[in-house]
Design a protein around this ligand. Structure first.
Ligand SMILES: [Zn+2]
Length: 386
């Protein structure tokens, strides 16, 4: 299979770009753009505001709606403090396994998709095949959000997407979202002997946490009846409650670090609306009655939307047909899939390698997994050809 050797060579090149999320991915994106252009794709590169990062969007086939997106993130997690057998940025092949940072998460899939480009280009495609390669997935799906906004603004309407995160080529049709917040309370400091003269930020933070606990209960009752998730409902966790200095001081500042993992978008909206109402109508008026400058501010640390399993999912059905898979599954980790779903596309997560090797020293993807991935992508090309 010549495509396999081609793919491993591309993977070797990709691993050599140290695209750790803190650093630029421009060289890597430039390389991918060049390869896709040479294959005949129409390539667009969108830089972010810093100019140091970019997303790539490329199209083969007709210039129409209804295309299939092959999506991967170009960034990788750091190798700091990890004990690697070989240089993480030089691909090493040992016993049928390809080692290197990003091998499975997720340059393996990107290499396979790009290796298929000339084969797709040689076909008479009935619908477009798009390539979406993003930046900053590992730090909160920043590139994915920018790309989806860009597609929306340009009126592009692809119908389906495959997100090639490592699932050992299993078809994943859902994962929870992961929303992280820090809520800051600014009150008024004072002496502990005169509680009415200050605004006790810690006490207001505690009321906020109580509200989170009430919401936690309510979310169990909002559980979708057929939910396959574990646990099946949307969860909330209070991770940290920080504030105060001493027994006899009214604390002026407090912070609550919390997260929720929604199984459906409506739950996230419900929680946000409830907290907004609770703060503006209950907590803030009480705080500001003592000090008008008291405030509550919620900082969004990250909002990775979930991938909601759908009854109708054309790409799931298509890949089931192509691979002969007899089951689909859910995963506990977040991906960019939900962003594409919000654009109205049918989406699955399916890619080579295992999440067990992702983010770890001696990350690898097996040649066998790469063969399975290429076979799926090749059949996809057959299916999409006129
Ligand atoms: Zn990943």
């Amino acid at each position: 299979m010549t495509t396999l050797s081609e793919t491993t060579e591309i993977l070797r090149d990709l691993i050599a770009f140290p695209t750790v999320s803190t650093d630029s991915n421009l060289a890597c994106i430039g390389y991918l753009a060049d390869r896709l252009e040479r294959a005949g794709a129409r390539v667009e590169v969108y830089q972010d505001d810093t100019g140091a990062k970019a997303n790539l969007w490329a199209t083969l086939g007709p210039d129409t709606d209804g295309g299939i997106v092959l999506s991967g993130h170009s960034d990788v997690v750091p190798v700091t403090d990890q004990d690697w057998t070989s240089d993480p940025f030089v691909m090493d092949e040992r016993a049928g396994l390809l080692y290197g940072r990003g091998a499975c998460d997720m340059k393996g899939f990107i290499a396979a998709a790009v290796a298929m480009a000339p084969l797709y280009a040689a076909r008479d495609l009935a619908r477009p095949i798009h390539f979406a390669f993003t930046h900053d997935e590992e730090t909160g799906c920043l590139g994915g959000q920018a790309l989806v906004t860009e597609l929306q603004n340009r009126g592009y309407r692809p119908a389906m997407a495959i997100i090639g995160e490592p699932t050992e080529m299993r078809i994943i049709e859902g994962h929870k979202g992961c929303f992280e917040y820090s809520t800051h309370f600014h009150g008024l400091e004072g002496h502990g002997s005169g509680p009415d003269l200050g605004v006790n930020a810690v006490e207001y933070a505690v009321r906020y946490v109580s509200r989170l606990l009430e919401l936690k209960d309510k979310l169990r009752h909002r559980c979708p009846p057929d939910s396959q998730f574990e646990p099946p409902w949307t969860t909330i966790n209070t991770g940290a409650l920080i504030g105060g200095v001493a027994h006899n001081v009214i604390p002026g500042k407090a912070r609550v670090d919390w997260e929720m993992r929604p199984v459906q978008k409506s739950d996230a909206d419900f929680v946000k609306q409830d907290l907004h109402h609770f703060c503006t109508h209950h907590l803030l008026p009480a705080m500001q009655a003592v000090d008008p400058s008291a405030s509550i501010h919620t900082e969004v640390i990250g909002e990775v939307v979930g991938l909601e399993p759908m009854d109708q999912n054309a790409i799931r059905d298509l890949v089931v047909e192509l691979t002969g898979a007899n089951a689909t599954d859910l995963v506990p980790f977040g991906t960019e899939a939900g962003l594409f779903q919000q654009l109205g596309m049918d989406v699955i997560v399916c890619g080579p390698g295992s999440i067990a090797q992702a983010h770890k020293p001696d990350e690898f993807v097996s040649l066998d997994q790469m063969v399975q991935c290429l076979s799926m992508l090749e059949k996809l090309g057959d299916k999409v050809s006129a």
